[in-house]
Design a protein around this ligand. Structure first.
Ligand code: GLY
Length: 254
């Protein structure tokens, strides 16, 4: 079955890392309520939710996608580009241990899970402020023995590769072509975000449901026209922390 690991919201969320966004006031109580609704949506889409407690001293701890990558055979604990977040890793490694052998990046490179878009056995990895060529080489060394192919993808003007594009299943990639070149990804059906909704390319397919922030209604409507079952969630406070729907869970078969 599908399992989704999540983690609670830190009371320090408003002190989160920001790279491309200006800091805005965040209502942490509302963020907690929005995250609760996100967890319910994961469950209603068919995932068993394993909810970890917040790491209170880590403002970005709710964004569990970044410290780890879960493949079919192994879990990889990453060397995050955001040094302030590296203390999030050990408890996540413990949480993943019942599900996969856990391997750790320990070379000079850096990599965050938000930069990894998996399609089949291909791992597309964004070259971003948080992920570098050494980190990509290290992920290759860990995953190629399990028959994955690792492909580096340049991107601009956004935090992670999955800010710029996400795989929706059915051969389809949702993309902001201003941030990443579809040609670097390959032969898929690309659906572009609405031009007024730059942040809309981060969507999360769980079972037959595509979760999206309600901030992007035009892109959601387009996906529905293309046959996807879209569920929109109000994630206003978490979006201010430079996140999307993929950032707050690790979803895998277990
Ligand atoms: N605030 C999300 C991150 O920068 O990791």
């Amino acid at each position: 079955m599908l399992t989704a690991i999540t983690r609670g919201v830190s009371p320090l969320l408003a002190q989160c890392e920001l790279t491309w966004l200006d800091r805005e006031p965040i209502d942490v109580g509302l963020a907690v309520a929005q995250h609760d609704a996100y967890e319910r949506a994961l469950a209603e889409a068919g995932a068993r939710v394993v909810a970890l407690p917040a790491l209170e001293g880590y403002p970005d701890c709710v964004f569990v996608e970044d410290p780890a990558l879960v493949l079919d055979e192994i879990a990889v604990i990453t060397t995050m580009g955001a040094a302030s977040r590296r203390g999030e890793r050990d408890s996540l490694a413990e949480a993943l241990a019942p599900f996969r052998p856990v391997m750790r990046m320990n070379g000079p490179g850096k990599l965050e899970g938000g930069d990894v878009m998996r399609i089949g056995r291909a791992l597309f990895v964004g070259l971003s402020h948080r992920t570098d060529a050494d980190g990509i080489a290290e992920l290759s060394a860990l995953s190629v023995p399990y028959s994955y192919e690792v492909i580096a993808v340049p991107l601009v003007n956004c935090l992670h590769l999955k800010s710029a594009c996400t795989f929706l299943g059915d051969g389809t990639v949702l993309i902001n072509p201003e941030w990443v070149d579809a040609g670097a990804i390959g032969e898929y059906r690309f659906l572009a975000v609405h031009p007024t909704e730059a942040g809309a390319a981060n969507a999360l397919r769980v079972g037959s449901t595509v979760l999206m922030p309600s901030a992007y209604p035009r892109t959601a409507a387009s996906l529905r026209e293309h046959g996807f079952a879209v569920r929109e969630l109000n994630l206003s406070e978490l979006l201010k922390a430079e996140s999307g729907v993929t950032c707050s869970s690790l979803v895998f078969e277990a």
